[in-house]
Design a protein around this ligand. Sequence first.
Ligand SMILES: *Cc1c(COP(=O)(O)O)cnc(C)c1O
Length: 421
Amino acid sequence: MLQSCRQSLFGASAVFRASSNFQCLYTQSGRRTFATQLQADDATDPRLQAIDPSQLSISKTTTPKDLVPNEELVFGRTFTDHMLSLEWTASEGWLAPRITPYQNLSLDPATCVFHYAFEAFEGMKAYKDKSGNVRLFRPDRNMARLNKSVARIALPTFDGKALTELISKFTTLEERFIPSHLSARGYSLYLRPTMIGTQRTLGVGPPGSALLYVIASPVGPYYPTGFKAISLEATNYAVRAWPGGVGDKKLGANYAPCIVPQMQAAKRGFHQNLWLFEGPNGEEYVTEVGTMNLFAAIVNKEGKNELLTAPLDGTILEGVTRDSILALARERLQPEGWVVSEKKFTMQDLADAADEGRMLEVFGAGTAAVVSPIRNISWRNRLVECGLEQGEECGPITQRMKNWIEGIQYGEEAHPWSVKL
Ligand SMILES: *Cc1c(COP(=O)(O)O)cnc(C)c1O
């Protein structure tokens, strides 16, 4: 039975047999496992389900891919030779991890991920330092966040330390795909941990089986020719996330509905949506931009420099970059007199800052670009300028943040956030 579970997703012939096993495993003993799992919402919780990295099997490809030249890399377009996979069943927990050649999945059309969006993912990167060591950046944060995401959609939690160990082995195996960045920072291997519900059923309920896999894509600098400041459209006709919702989780279901508003903004000449959320008195709170967190640097009404970002109130994704920027700002900007604030602020606050000459700079923050400078925001038939002079593409705080974070990611500054493999 175990054997057919293990083969279920990698070989069409085994699918039907394995799927009926999943069904029966689940009905036999799934419920008790789920009751314990639902309480496990913290990465340090001992009830997180065990993964055994010592059981890892590695089956290497016999047809290694050619490397794509650095200058031709497109984000998420090409992938490495292998993938890391772990299957889970409600009765047996996490089965032995496997590294196999990168390959298609084989899933029954009735598999629950296709119907009810049982899917959560992560985005993290592996970097190569000047001495050729491979490094991860705060992987514990990605593991904790994925655990929160999957727990919310009744998928199994997992031991984040064990998965990090497996990701490290996988990354080391794929090391040749991490572009060398000896001339410029910005090259890395983007890692995409993904978990899906794999139970074959149209019944709406907790999946009795799941697959956790990790694929990797070599990426180049987000801004190959230097920063290019972007324009945003403040969006209030569509809402990305709301209190009590799941906008603070990295669930696939949060992203597809954002594409039409993004296309509409693009048609009007804007790169991204700035997602607003309306307060009880019509306040237009600033939340996030596209798939990045947003920071604004202004001179506040008391005349102090202030770095602002929205609070984690359930409508904001808990960005690892956001958290890193806040920590570095408190450590390095606060002593220079900056106020660092996680608090609600509105589009009107930003427009007032711009109109009163108090706007310094605005930027997005996320793993893909680290920081992304913002030139202006279209709001109520006007453009709110975000502090950049004509021809200027990046403000000094944005630039310093990028330098600090990349310095740590590429191991140029020794820091506990950078984990050498
Ligand atoms: C992933 C993501 C971010 C950024 O998170 P990082 O951990 O910094 O990459 C911000 N907002 C949304 C909506 C996201 O999906």
